[in-house]
Design a binder for this molecule. Sequence first.
Ligand SMILES: [Mg+2]
Length: 131
Amino acid sequence: MALNVLVVDDSAVMRAMIIKTLGMAGIPVGEVHQAANGQEGLDALGEHWIDLGIVDINMPVMDGEEMIQRMQADPNVAEIPVIVVSTEGSETRINRLVQIGAKFIHKPFAPETLRDIVAEITGVTDNGQRA
Ligand SMILES: [Mg+2]
């Protein structure tokens, strides 16, 4: 089973790095969609079947926190697992995101960290099997 992934980050370099890291971690990736802010991310969720969202917090137009809150309010996408990848240092903000169900990874991160969290929240391991 391959995961269709939506990567939302205002840095194109960071998006490319996350996508490369998914490959390095051995995660079976199907379609990869990219968005540069939360609004584009929500638009992409409306247009494509997405199995996993990887979302930055600090972005223009709409930040990751608002995007995730809006996802939670939409039954069509509320169940999609989300990993927040950010340099965010505010414990309050991180806790808020964790409380609504997101996983948090600090930038920079090791491929293994991403692999382990993807396996934990999607059940898909690095050989493509359901855990
Ligand atoms: Mg950012």
